[in-house]
Design a protein around this ligand. Structure first.
Ligand code: PXP
Length: 240
């Protein structure tokens, strides 16, 4: 089966929120991303609403023809919003107000009860549940035990190591986590910090079916245009 690309459009909203105005519109970006090869659209509604706003969810559901993945913290407020909005999937992520981005994976082991409750509340509405974790085998098992359908492997440490040209150990951790998750019957996704260069070795990990990529696409879109920036990485993912 081919691999899939989810395009994260949060940073279109980051630019809009710099002026608290209407442009650029994430819903327009979603339409262009889909026309350029995206298999899905991902947004993170953060507790502090620093980029995506509640009204964006309604606009996206009117535009997106593929599927929406909602990244969210496992809070009561977000669970209520997700249960009303009913995206195809929800990815539970850790969230700290002071962080610049989602800097690490969830510690599923230490929050198993709360995450299980959130997963059950989402699955009750037919929403597929993924958990964003670092590539550790104990976290993979805990994710399965918490009732998730999928893991998304946080590739941040791998991407940092790639910059230093010393990424083999991190890639091995990703391979091991992907293979273990697959053997437990979990879907395997990956994301964070990926771009057209560092994604190449990760594409060779057979169990990873889907990638969620945001910042590098939006950054390259400033120079290449959004359609071209999505197309170049979609071609890599679909060609793998
Ligand atoms: N996947 C998840 C769960 C994330 O939280 C993020 C960052 O918001 C991404 C993927 C995309 O990361 P990046 O913007 O670095 O491509």
């Amino acid at each position: 089966m081919g691999k899939l690309l989810g395009v994260n459009i949060d940073h279109v909203a980051t630019l809009r929120q710099a002026r608290r105005g209407r442009f650029p519109d994430p819903a327009a970006a979603a339409a262009i991303a889909e026309l350029s090869g995206a298999d899905g659209i991902t947004v993170h509604l953060r507790e502090d609403r620093r980029h995506i706003q509640d009204r964006d969810l309604a606009a996206l559901s009117g535009v997106v023809t593929t599927r929406i993945n909602l990244e969210m913290a496992a809070t009561e407020e977000m669970t209520r919003i997700a249960r009303d909005f009913r995206p195809r999937s929800a990815t539970l992520v850790p969230e700290r107000r002071e962080e610049i981005t989602t800097e690490g994976g969830l510690d599923v082991l230490s929050q198993a009860d709360a995450l299980s409750r959130t997963a059950a509340a989402l699955r009750e509405k037919g929403i597929l549940v993924s958990m964003f974790i670092d590539p550790g085998l104990d976290q993979v098992r805990a994710t399965r035990d918490a009732g998730a359908d999928a893991i998304e492997i946080h590739t941040g440490a791998y991407c940092e190591a790639f910059l230093r040209g010393k990424h083999e150990a991190e890639l091995s951790r990703i391979r091991a986590a992907a293979s273990y998750a697959d053997s437990l019957g979990l879907q395997v996704l990956a994301g964070h910090g990926l771009d057209v260069r560092n994604i190449v070795p990760v594409l060779a990990v057979g169990q990873i079916r889907e990638f969620n990529i945001g910042h590098s696409i939006i950054a390259r879109a400033l120079f290449l245009g959004l359609a071209a920036a999505v197309r170049e990485i979609a071609d890599l993912v679909h060609g793998a």
